[in-house]
Design a binder for this molecule. Sequence first.
Ligand code: T4K
Length: 395
Amino acid sequence: MTSNQVNSVENPASQGAAPLFSEPLYVGRPNTGDRRTFMRFVDKMFDQKWLTNNGPLVQQFEQRIAEYLGVRHCVAMNNGTIALEIAIRALNLNGEVIVPSYTFIATAHALHWQGITPVFADVDPKTHNLDPTAVRRMITPRTTGIIGVHLWGRGAPVEELQTIADEHGLKLLFDAAHAFGCSLKGRMIGGFGRAEVFSFHATKFFNTFEGGAIVTNDDELADAARLMRNFGFAGVDNVIYPGTNGKMVEVCAAMGLTNLDCIEAVIETNRRNYYAYTQALAWLPGINLIEYDEAERNNFQYIVVDVGKECPVSRDAIVAGLQAENVHARKYFWPGCHRMQPYRDLFPNAGIMLSETEQIADGVLVLPTGTNVSVAAITLIAEIMKRILSENYGK
Ligand code: T4K
């Protein structure tokens, strides 16, 4: 039994027993570093009486992130969505921009919010990342850019996308919201394309409560992003651009600095959990865990199951069965951006070009991990799944 377990796996909550976990297990439960370190930063913040507006903790945080990723600039923001919006604007994207539909809705919204049309390209079923051939198909005279997403932290096909961008004079940006601490071909994600955007939301393995950043090696782009995140102020009383408010506050930088100190320990726990799931789920038919390339640096923050045709039970039945036991698995990123508003009405036939996306979105579930999930809990989750598969045969 785990410390959080109140019952035996033979007694399903769906038949009236108490849920197997007394406390809910969530995907995206925050990992938090040493509280006393955080409090020391907060004390310093109060002593300095500097709470926001490019304060000393934000500057320190930006420097540490830039060093960690090996990039020239980190421009910290109040969340990943604003960081995306600002990066899109700083790159002067307009007209149409090609994005995957199989991503969190913020990737598409960051464009639509600014009057730019997100054009959805299909993904590769093996990697869940943009398929370069599908990207080529979606290019029109109105296309100005491509936003690749490193989904689940696994690098997008950067070289192929760069070739396409160069051939067509397009700007290449990456939504790296999932990929902090990950590498591609030995290079840290953060230095690809014209810029990359991270999310440091509470649900990410590394968080600043809310937060995000644009990272780039392009000096001009970094200057433009800094200007835009601070209302367009180029100095006191001197506004030169219609900017917005994208500033990270000091308390968020304090959280980031604290969590940077334990980032390797969190990754190690995530790795342990990933392999515990791999072992525990190995013999379940059609329960396919996505793989991470051990030759790369991975953050292992998402435990992604592709429910295959050999599985006797639907993905939704598994999610419902787990939820009944207090295991809150998620159907990320169902149903796919193109099947959500406003895109559903704007592009009612988009699905014709997005068959892989639709199949993946209908088959994926994400399981809880992180520092709040023990190996014993993983073993029990696997037992619950085994039971759901046998009980619900054919549903
Ligand atoms: N691009 C991509 C590819 C992204 O994945 C995201 C964000 C973005 C861009 C935008 O970055 P941000 O603007 O968010 O920085 C969550 C997050 O809100 C979102 O940040 C994240 N992606 C997305 C994948 O997941 P939801 O709708 O699943 O959130 P919610 O409230 O259902 O929380 C998820 C689970 O986490 C819950 O089951 C409970 C648990 N949780 C959550 C919070 C906030 C906790 O246990 N404690 C907490 O404090 O979107």
